[in-house]
Design a protein around this ligand. Sequence first.
Ligand code: NAP
Ligand code: GLV
Length: 312
Amino acid sequence: MTIVAFYSKGTSIEVQNTWSKRLKFYYPSLKLVPLLSEEAKFATVALLWKAPLNYLNKMTRIKGLISLGQGVDHILNGNLIPENIPVVRIVDPYMAKSMSHWVLLSILNIIRDTYGYFSQENTKIYKPRDEKNFLSLKIGVYGIGAIGSVVAKDLSYMGFNVQGWSRTKKKIKTITCLSGSEGFQALITNSDIHVCLLPLTPSTENIFNKHKFINMKKGSCFINAGRGEHVDENHLLDSCRSGHISNAVLDVYRNEPLPKNHPFWKQDNIRLWPHVAAETNPETAAKQIANAIKCLDNNIVPPNTVDRTLGY
Ligand code: NAP
Ligand code: GLV
């Protein structure tokens, strides 16, 4: 029997039961136990989302950690996990498509002026509003990995002019691929719509700050589904207040849930989502997680083990 410790912040016991059922389908000899239970000390694998990592200290048999999401910053932040413990992440095409839908929705809401039409509906005004010519817009996607590359390709397929940025140089048909600090600067100054899909690491923290917002074109739109820590929130707020950034759409924040007294709630040109752009789906992700558990059990390095030197 393989004991797997489970913790997913903010979710119910029903969610744990759903995971248990799905994982057992692929790996019947597995037992999912709550991270905070006594039994967790016998766990060889932990399946985690935003867990209190100090609980891992009691697990003397632990062979590896698996993130319940595509990002691993919630495990690696603070450097608490020894280098010899593999950290595995989910890479699920379902999540990439889900993100693609959310980014497209966010862009369309802005360029087709959804909120303007909703307000007209309230006052029974039947009148066309200004529409942006999508051919004249440049979309910059920061991070063109498992998720960003799908988003960039889908946007390009929808007729948008897309440029993408990554650490290593990429070649993707129909996308202008840039890398390095020159590439970043080009995206900042050329794009009309900025989409952040980066992982959070020491090199990407606060990457969007006042110097970057000032260099963006006046009237730019900023969309963030990476992590809240990519953005200096006060600087974004100032840029939205002045109108230099015309619209922001955010799914992630430095503090989640977003505190009730956060000034973002009162800023009309900032649209807020509660970290749901691409949720982990037990239906589609369980197979690869079960496989990762099996690999760790057998001392095999699982697919999608993160590179600890890069931090993603
Ligand atoms: P990924 O496959 O690791 O891709 C990351 C991309 O970012 C890669 O293109 C990588 O470049 C690039 N990158 C990383 N560090 C960089 C740097 N310093 N400079 C330039 N480019 C850099 O990650 P993913 O699976 O696409 O996920 C990305 C992030 O999305 C996650 O870490 C998470 O924070 C976020 N996410 C959010 C949600 C949500 O619901 N809001 C859902 C899932 C994921 P290379 O290709 O050269 O390595
Ligand atoms: C969600 O934010 C994820 O990292 O999967």
